[in-house]
Every structure is written in structure tokens, then in C-alpha cells.
Design a protein. Structure first.
Length: 79
């Protein structure tokens, strides 16, 4: 069943993540996206990257920091 304008009964959709947009809201969102792409293409590319890709970078950074802390701890115990 297609919803127009908002989730059924005004409540968030399952998981609370997505809510249908009205045609007017979709038009406004497209204008914002177009304006952002023209004003700051690099930021627009970063924001359009999949969440998993952005999250993956932080996982790598976190892993490197964790390994560095473990090495520092072992060095401190041995010294």
C-alpha cells in the first residue's frame, strides 16, 4: 500500500527510519540536493557515500588506535 505524505496514522514506519515524503517535500529536497552539489561538490560526494563506506573508515581508524594502545601498554609493562 502506497502512503502519501506521511506514514500511516502519522507514526514512523517500522524501525523509525523512513517516512514517505509528499511530492512538495520531494521537490524541496531535490532543490536542496541540487544546490549543495553546485555549491560544494566535494561535500555532496562525501554525504552521498554509502553509510557502510563512511562507517568502515572509522572502524579502520578505531582498530589502528586500539592496536597502538595495546602496543603502548605492552611496552609500558615490559619497561
Amino acid at each position: 500500500m502506497a502512503l502519501r505524505g506521511r506514514a500511516q496514522g502519522g507514526r514512523p514506519t517500522p524501525g523509525g527510519r523512513f517516512m514517505a515524503l509528499s511530492m512538495e517535500e520531494q521537490r524541496i529536497l531535490l532543490q536542496i540536493e541540487t544546490h549543495l552539489t553546485q555549491e560544494d561538490p566535494q561535500l555532496a560526494r562525501r554525504l552521498s557515500a554509502p553509510v557502510a563506506q563512511r562507517r568502515g573508515r572509522w572502524v579502520v581508524v578505531g582498530a589502528v588506535v586500539a592496536v597502538a594502545m595495546v602496543v603502548a601498554g605492552v611496552v609500558a609493562l615490559v619497561s
